[in-house]
Design a binder for this molecule. Structure first.
Ligand SMILES: Cc1cc2nc3c(=O)[nH]c(=O)nc-3n(C[C@H](O)[C@H](O)[C@H](O)COP(=O)(O)OP(=O)(O)OC[C@H]3O[C@@H](n4cnc5c(N)ncnc54)[C@H](O)[C@@H]3O)c2cc1C
Length: 401
C-alpha cells in the first residue's frame, strides 16, 4: 500500500492525539502519507496515561461483537477481524512494547506502566515523520478538508472532561448531516436514593450486583463493591453500569440488588445466624453479623430492617429476614456519577452512516471517524482500547486504499 496522489504524498489531518488518533497516524505514515495530528491538550494520550489505574489494560485476547454495545453491534466486526488481538500483538512487538497477558484475557504492557504505551506510540509516530500540533483545538473541519486530502475525526467522547473529553466530534459530524445516538456515561459509578447506602460510605466488600430494569433482571456481575456518600462504586458496579446508564437515559426504572455473600443461600445463612444466636446467647445480632460482613454494612443493614443492633434471642423468622436482606438488598438507582467520572461514553456518531470497511463517512467524502466518537462502547477489560486500535487501523487502511 502506498499513499500517493499524482505521485505526491496524500496529506492527512487527524483531529485528536488519543489512542485511536495515534494508532491511525502511525499506520497512515507507514503506508506513505504525510500526517498531521492536531491535539487540543498540551500533550497527547492523556487518557492512556491514566488508564487501568496507571497500568493501561491495553486490549483483550478475546474480542467479539458481544463485548461491544451500540445501535449496530455488528459494525465492529470488520475492524476486529483486520486488527484484533494477534495483529495488535504483532504491532506492539514491532515497536518494542512487550505485553503481559493475564489468564482472564486482559492484556497490560509488560512494564506495568501506561506511560510506556503513550511514549512508544508517540515516538513511533514521530519517527515515521508524523507532525504533532499540540495546544491546537480544531473548530472547523470544513477548513481542514480544504487544506488536506483526508481528515480523521478521532476526538473521543465526553467522558473525563479533565483529560480532554468533549463532544466536539459529534458537533463536527452534525455539520455534515450525521445522526448522533444520544450519549450517556458508561463504566461509571451509580447514585442511589437510599440514605442508608450513603451512611455506609467508605465500606468495601466483595459481592454480586444484579441490575433490574423496570423490575426485570438484565445482568449480574461479581466483584468489589465500594459504598460512597452518593451511592456505589467498584468493579462489580462499573460492569453493570453501561446498561444501567442507558436505561436511566431512557427514563426507565433502574434498581440494583446487592448480594453480600454470593456463595451462600438463604437457608444456609439463616441457619448459621440462628445457630450462632443459640450457641452465643450473649451475642447481639450486630455481633453475629460482623462475623459475616463489614461492620458498617452490618449496622446499616439492621437499620434498614429497623432491627436494633443490640437485639438478642434471634428466632428463625428474624434470622431468615436478615439472611434475605444480605443476599438481596435492593436499592433504587437515581443517576450515574456523570461524564466527569465515567471511563467511557455510550452513544455517539451513528455507525450506520459510516463505511465499516474504511471508516469513511457515508455523508462526506474524505472524512473518516475512529475511536470513541463513534457509537461503540466496550465492556471493561481492555475492550475500549481494542476498538480504538482496530478502528484507527481501519481508518488508516481506508485512507490509503
Ligand atoms: C480513567 C480512565 C481509565 C480508562 N482505562 C481504560 C483501560 O484500562 N482499558 C481500556 O480499554 N480503556 C480504558 N479507558 C477508555 C479509553 O481511554 C478510551 O476508550 C480511549 O482513550 C478512546 O480513544 P479515542 O482515541 O477515541 O479518544 P481519546 O483517547 O479520548 O482521544 C481523543 C483526543 O482528542 C482530543 N480532542 C478532542 N477534541 C479536540 C479538538 N476539537 N481539537 C483537537 N483535539 C481534540 C482530546 O484532547 C483527546 O486527546 C479509560 C478511560 C478513562 C477516562
Amino acid at each position: 500500500m502506498s499513499a500517493t496522489k499524482n505521485n505526491t504524498m496524500i496529506k492527512v489531518a487527524i483531529i485528536g492525539g488519543g489512542a485511536s488518533g495515534l494508532l491511525c497516524s502511525i499506520f497512515c505514515a507507514k503506508f506513505g502519507a504525510y500526517v498531521e495530528v492536531y491535539e487540543q491538550n498540551n500533550r497527547c494520550a492523556k487518557k492512556i496515561l491514566v488508564s487501568g489505574n496507571g497500568r493501561c489494560n491495553i486490549t483483550n485476547t478475546n474480542l467479539s461483537q458481544s463485548d461491544f454495545f451500540g445501535a449496530d453491534p455488528s459494525f465492529v466486526n470488520d475492524a476486529l477481524k483486520n486488527f484484533g488481538f494477534k495483529e495488535f500483538e504483532k504491532f506492539a512487538l514491532e515497536i518494542g512494547l512487550l505485553l503481559d497477558i493475564k489468564e482472564d484475557g486482559r492484556v497490560y504492557p509488560l512494564s506495568n506502566e501506561a506511560k510506556s504505551v503513550a511514549k512508544l506510540l508517540q515516538v513511533t509516530a514521530e519517527n515515521l515523520g508524523v507532525v504533532f500540533h499540540t495546544d491546537t483545538k480544531i473548530t472547523d473541519v470544513k477548513k481542514l478538508l480544504q487544506t488536506h486530502d483526508k481528515v480523521v475525526i478521532a476526538t473521543g467522547s465526553e467522558a473525563a472532561h479533565h483529560l480532554g473529553g468533549n463532544s466536539d466530534g459529534q458537533s463536527f459530524a452534525k455539520v455534515f448531516g450525521h445522526n448522533i445516538i444520544p450519549t450517556y456515561p458508561s463504566l461509571v459509578q451509580l447514585h442511589l436514593t437510599s440514605k442508608t447506602a450513603h451512611k455506609m460510605s467508605g465500606a468495601k466488600t466483595y459481592g454480586e450486583v444484579t441490575l433490574f430494569i423496570n423490575n426485570k433482571k438484565v445482568s449480574a456481575c461479581r466483584g468489589d463493591i465500594l459504598f460512597t456518600d452518593y451511592g456505589v462504586s467498584g468493579f462489580a458496579v462499573l460492569d453493570i453500569s453501561q446498561r444501567a446508564s442507558e436505561a436511566r437515559m431512557g427514563s426507565k426504572q433502574v434498581e440494583i440488588s446487592i448480594n453480600l455473600l454470593p456463595n451462600m443461600n438463604t437457608q444456609q445463612l439463616s441457619e448459621h445466624i440462628f445457630k450462632v444466636a443459640k450457641s452465643m446467647p450473649k451475642f447481639s445480632i450486630l455481633d453475629i453479623l460482623v462475623g459475616l460482613i463489614p461492620l458498617k454494612i452490618a449496622a446499616s443493614l439492621l437499620d434498614d430492617l429497623k432491627i436494633p443492633h443490640t437485639t438478642k434471642n434471634i428466632d428463625t423468622k428474624v434470622a431468615k429476614k436478615i439472611a434475605n436482606q444480605i443476599l438481596n438488598w435492593r436499592f433504587e438507582v437515581s443517576d450515574t456519577h456523570g461524564f466527569r467520572h465515567a471511563e467511557v461514553s455510550g452513544g455517539g456518531v451513528d455507525t450506520r452512516e459510516i463505511n465499516p470497511k474504511t471508516y469513511e463517512s457515508l455523508k462526506q467524502k474524505n472524512l473518516y471517524f475512529c475511536g470513541e466518537v463513534l457509537d461503540v462502547v466496550g465492556k471493561r477489560g481492555g475492550y475500549n482500547f481494542a476498538f480504538a486500535w482496530a478502528s484507527g487501523y481501519a481508518a488508516a487502511k481506508g485512507i490509503v486504499a
